[in-house]
Unconditional design. Sequence first.
Length: 132
Amino acid sequence: MSVPEVLFVCVHNAGRSQIAAGLLHHHARGKVVVRSAGSAPADTVNPAVVAVMAELGIDLSREFPKPLTVEGVQSADVVITMGCGDACPVFPGKRYLDWQLDDPAGLPAEQVRPIRDEIDRRVRALLAELAN
C-alpha cells in the first residue's frame, strides 16, 4: 500500500497551509507525504504563525512559501484548499476538501492560536481517516 500524499493550499502559503502541513507532518510521523503551496505565494511565512507553531515544538522557521503547481496537485491524493479553491486545478480521482478558516495574516499570536488549534483538530481527523 502506498503512502498517501496531502497538499494544503492557501493564497499566500504563509499561514494556514503552513500550519496544516507542519501539524500533519508532526502527527503523521512519516505515514503521510505532506506538501503545501500558495496560489500567490508571499515572500516569507507569517512570523506569528512561526511563533505559535514553535509553542508546540514545531519549527517552521526554515519553511518558505511555495507556488501552487499543476504537478503538485496531480501527485496529491488529497488536496485541501483554504480560501483559494477557485485557483486550484481539479483533476479526476483526487479528493478535494475546502476548509473555511480565518486568515492569520496580520494577526497577533493571541489571535492565531485559535486558528492553529482548529487546524490541528481538522488535521487529526484527516489523519484518522487516512490511517483507515
